[in-house]
Design a protein around this ligand. Structure first.
Ligand code: TRP
Length: 358
């Protein structure tokens, strides 16, 4: 592990830097988020989105809302469209700045699917069958209710990444295997057809950024939890959020101390508090020495309300102004296509497709 925030061990495993499109000196990052979640929750935000915001300062950053990945499972069309806008609005509210990063919607850039086909043809059937996320999801739904799109999902993701010659891909631990596949396929293409793609490193978001359920602090905060009481949705009424914090599960002890094993509930509250305010855990332990859980919860509830209130307002402002949002996305798609089209043209040529003459 090289630094505090991330495990970048595989970055050192040999980035190649083929010619590729002209670019600045900053390393390039790319990541995607599915538009299926509706409201972001605190786990998404602290685990991923906040990192995205930070990376736009130091990196040439490309971020997209992956609507084409979303339809690998059934979606209601009106809801998908709404959730896509809602995701973009929340990303902007969280601090992504279209002047400092390229923010776009996947389906606005047709090159993803075009390169996706080539990648699919480069992938072994057995190799794809070993993707654990697919195995889990298809086991849950049964093979007749599992789309072929869900099976080829990782290959579209590989295309997403390789099109932009990304150096690093910030994702959660659950995407590690897809990242490994990306590296394998990039290398396979380069060996078969000549150097074309940057082999990206993983940028796995570290455990401490992990936020747990407020009611069941041994489980990761997630939309699919048994009860919504443990889930902090950023677009909820701030009052409801404050209440959830105050009724968070702790333990029968009274000491405020960070101990993930023995005191998962209290530790979760401490790490949320620490992450939102930038105060160290040790400092918080000192601040609350001799005080009860009630004091910690009351203060954290206030911190949360101060955080979600402006977030909600900013999101609503973007939703209320669809023209601004559309023009941000149009510019984002244009910037993205400039890079994607060049990479795709190179890949088409290397594979041996006959150029279309206009
Ligand atoms: N599969 C990712 C997820 O579910 C989303 C995603 C799609 C992605 N394409 C990507 C992430 C490209 C990083 C890079 O979280």
């Amino acid at each position: 592990m090289r630094d505090m925030a991330t495990d970048r061990s595989s970055v050192t495993a040999g980035n190649t830097q083929p010619s590729g499109p002209a670019r600045g000196t900053r390393p390039r990052v790319l990541s995607g988020i599915q538009p299926t979640s509706g409201s972001f929750h605190l786990g998404n935000y602290l685990g991923a989105v906040r990192q995205w915001v930070a990376l736009q300062e130091s990196h040439d950053a490309f971020y997209m809302v992956v609507d084409q990945h979303a339809i690998t499972v059934p979606q209601d069309p009106a809801e998908l469209r709404h959730n896509t806008r809602l995701s973009v609005a929340q990303l902007l509210a969280a601090g992504l700045d279209p002047e400092r990063c390229t923010l776009f919607v996947q389906s606005h850039v047709p090159e993803h699917v075009q390169l996706g086909w080539i990648i699919t043809c480069l992938t072994g059937f057995g190799e794809a069958s070993r993707m654990t996320q697919f195995k889990d999801k298809s086991a849950r739904h049964g093979s007749d209710r599992t789309s072929v799109g869900l099976f080829t999902y990782p290959m579209l993701m590989v295309a997403d990444i390789l099109l932009y010659q990304a150096d690093e891909v910030p994702v959660g631990e659950d995407q590690r295997q897809h990242l490994e596949l990306t590296r394998t396929l990039a290398e396979r293409f380069n060996t078969t057809y000549g150097d074309t793609f940057t082999v990206p490193g993983a940028y796995i978001l570290k455990e401490t950024a992990k936020i747990y359920d407020l009611q069941e602090p041994s489980a990761k905060m997630s939309k699919s939890a048994a009860t919504p009481k443990g889930l902090v949705s950023l677009l909820d009424e701030p009052k409801a959020t404050a209440k959830k914090v105050r009724s968070a599960v702790t333990d029968t002890d009274t000491v405020i101390r960070f101990d993930r094993e023995a005191k998962p509930g209290v530790s979760n509250l401490l790490s949320i508090y620490s992450t939102l305010t930038g105060t160290g855990i040790g400092e918080l332990e000192q601040k609350y020495a001799g005080k009860g859980y009630g004091a910690l919860k009351t203060d954290l509830a206030e911190v949360m309300v101060d955080f979600v209130t402006p977030f909600r307002e900013r999101t609503q402002q973007y939703l209320d102004d669809p023209e601004t949002l559309d023009s941000i996305l149009a510019k984002g798609a244009e910037k993205a296509r400039a890079v994607a089209a060049e990479t795709l043209a190179q890949a088409y040529d290397r594979v041996g497709f006959l150029p279309a003459k206009h």
